[in-house]
Design a protein around this ligand. Structure first.
Ligand code: NDP
Length: 256
């Protein structure tokens, strides 16, 4: 799959699935815009990309801030003059039980990044994607479909936000189809990244991964590269007939 001449924004490029996606796209010849908050992590990923292909444009941005969202798009157009693909990968899970003081604050934080930032960035990118007949890939979760709150009740706001991402994917795929813009989502199950550490499971990460793996029919968790493979396929011209789809990459988590 060649991305030569294609300009691709990857959010969440400083870690995990986004970093793996950025590396694969760099190897495929893309002109990349790598977005994240942690400058050191972004620099490391950029060096990998430069070795595999080209040095990406780096944008340090907090995507819960509207000015930062605008800056991502402005910097992309200033540097490359166009945009072909937007990959909305940045996200996090937060843990707060519904019947606690923290619940509503947690809900806002979760929605702001996992859903609102996806909508804001897609909205800001839309005129540029219309010009190139480009596409969007949103990184959602099996939590959008599976009632993970049955086992992890404090993950409820994340499940709600990711369900919103899937429905946004379907609605906007329909809305943007006349402009020949495709919109899809990838829905991972458990993946070995910093996600669990960021959720607050630092010391019991291995235990959590084992519990999550035990919930899949294949009894395993994914590596970030496996999810990146599917993201890159959906972003490529090979997927020209795919839009409005949510593709599970969950080792059969949702089957259990
Ligand atoms: P990581 O924690 O490894 O990466 C998360 C990325 O999101 C980082 O690059 C981080 O940037 C970025 N990010 C977080 N907050 C912000 C913010 N406010 N503004 C800009 N960027 C931000 O996790 P994953 O790679 O696993 O997660 C990628 C996506 O996959 C997420 O959407 C997640 O919900 C989804 N997912 C992950 C699963 C898993 O098991 N790992 C399962 C299902 C879905 P920085 O570190 O620079 O702050």
């Amino acid at each position: 799959m060649s991305f030569k001449g294609k300009v691709v924004i990857v959010t969440g490029a400083s870690s995990g699935i986004g970093a793996a996606t950025a590396r694969q796209l760099a190897a495929a010849g893309a002109d990349l815009v790598a977005v994240g908050r942690n400058q050191n992590h972004l620099n490391q990923v950029a060096m990998d990309c430069a070795t595999l292909g080209k040095m990406p444009l780096l944008v340090v941005a907090d995507l819960t801030k509207k000015d930062d969202v605008k800056r991502v798009i402005d910097n992309t157009i200033n540097q490359y003059g166009k945009l072909d693909v937007l990959i909305n990968c940045a996200g996090f899970g937060s843990l707060a039980y519904f019947d606690t003081e923290d619940a509503m604050k947690d809900f806002d934080r979760t929605m702001d990044l996992n859903l609102r930032a996806v909508v804001n960035l897609t909205h800001a990118a839309e005129p540029h994607l219309a010009a190139t007949k480009g596409n969007v890939v949103n990184v959602s979760s099996v939590a959008a479909i599976n009632n993970m709150a049955a086992e992890w009740p404090n993950l409820w706001s994340y499940c709600v936000a990711k369900a919103g991402v899937d429905q946004f994917t379907r609605c906007i795929a329909w809305v943007l189809a006349p402009k020949e813009i495709r919109v899809n989502s990838v829905n991972p199950g458990p993946v070995r990244t910093r996600f669990l550490e960021n959720v607050g499971c630092k010391d019991i990460e291995q235990q959590c991964l084992e519990k999550l793996a035990g919930h899949t029919v294949l009894n395993r968790v994914s590596e970030p590269e496996e999810v990146a493979d599917v993201i890159v396929f959906l972003a490529s011209d090979k997927a020209k007939g795919v839009t409005g789809a949510s593709w599970l990459v969950d080792n059969g988590y949702d089957l259990c």
